[in-house]
Design a protein around this ligand. Structure first.
Ligand code: SF4
Ligand code: SF4
Length: 259
């Protein structure tokens, strides 16, 4: 659909049960307000550079950092997310955002899409049907509002600039395990004080791709066939196992073994 109308009804549905990707500065502010953060880690085998005209690969590359898993070159991609079940801790009982002026970029952009390869689809959004009736949001596939377009540009630029820093943040916390991209995520829920200290450390230095590449990563999967395949091409990998570590979870998109 190229032409889409939209007007927020202030129903508050989009402010529940979320993992909100944040910038490093936003994450620092989120923690300062007492919010919880998680790190979602995935790694993409990257044995050869894709063709220069492969725009999707270029997009992934810009949001990840090069490193190794065993003898296999990989790119690690980390999302730093504010995580909450139920209502956002900043949502008032009147369904208004209590930090509206300081709300994260991703909240300012919603319901538009940040990823240029994802088309805006009302049916995939939390907004009720009556939100999609009147004010022009998109015409001929282009967002009408210049401010939203600028915010999307800012979000994409920051995501690129901080890609290596997000990996450095993991390493500062002693984290170097990731799921295979498109198969799931390794989810770390670090202690807030430890994350605050690591954020402070990482934000005090420029992004350093050499530092981000210095520590090898290990793949984690819930599927033995994936682990075997990764090991066969030289990667380091292990099967996910039940753990008493409350800070570590594996979230797979697929059953533990193919049906
Ligand atoms: S920060 Fe504000 S806009 Fe963003 S999810 Fe929370 S309540 Fe909603
Ligand atoms: S779900 Fe949509 S309509 Fe409801 S508050 Fe969020 S943006 Fe507005």
């Amino acid at each position: 659909m190229d032409d889409i109308n939209f007007e927020c009804t202030a129903c508050g549905k989009c402010c529940h049960d979320l993992r909100l990707p944040l910038t490093l500065a936003e994450a620092t502010a989120w923690l300062a307000r007492g919010g919880q953060m998680e790190l979602l880690c995935e790694a993409i085998p990257w044995p050869v550079e894709p063709e220069a005209d492969n725009e999707q690969a270029a997009y992934k590359k810009a949001r990840s950092a090069a490193t190794m898993s065993g003898s296999l070159p990989v790119r690690v991609s980390v999302l730093l997310v504010a995580a909450f079940a139920g209502a956002c801790p900043n949502l008032g009982s009147d369904m208004r955002c209590r930090i509206y002026e300081e709300r994260p970029l991703v909240c300012r952009i919603y319901p538009a899409e940040i990823n240029p390869f994802v088309a805006l689809a009302p049916e995939s959004k939390a907004c009720p049907p009556d939100a999609w009736q009147h004010t022009p949001l998109q015409r001929h596939g282009v967002l009408v509002d210049e401010t939203t377009r600028e915010l999307i540009g800012e979000s994409r630029r920051t995501s690129e600039l901080e890609a290596a820093l997000r990996v450095q943040l993991c390493l500062a916390l002693g984290l170097n395990e990731a799921a295979l991209a498109n198969e799931g995520f390794v989810i770390y829920a670090p202690d807030s004080d430890a994350l605050r200290a690591a954020l402070q450390q990482v934000r005090a230095t420029p992004a350093n791709e050499t530092l981000a590449a210095a520590t090898p990563w290990t793949f984690v999967s819930n599927r033995a066939v994936t682990v075997e395949t990764l090991l066969s091409v030289g990667a380091a990998g292990r099967l996910n196992e039940p753990t008493a570590d409350a800070h570590f979870r594996y979230h797979g998109y697929f059953p533990a073994e193919p049906a």
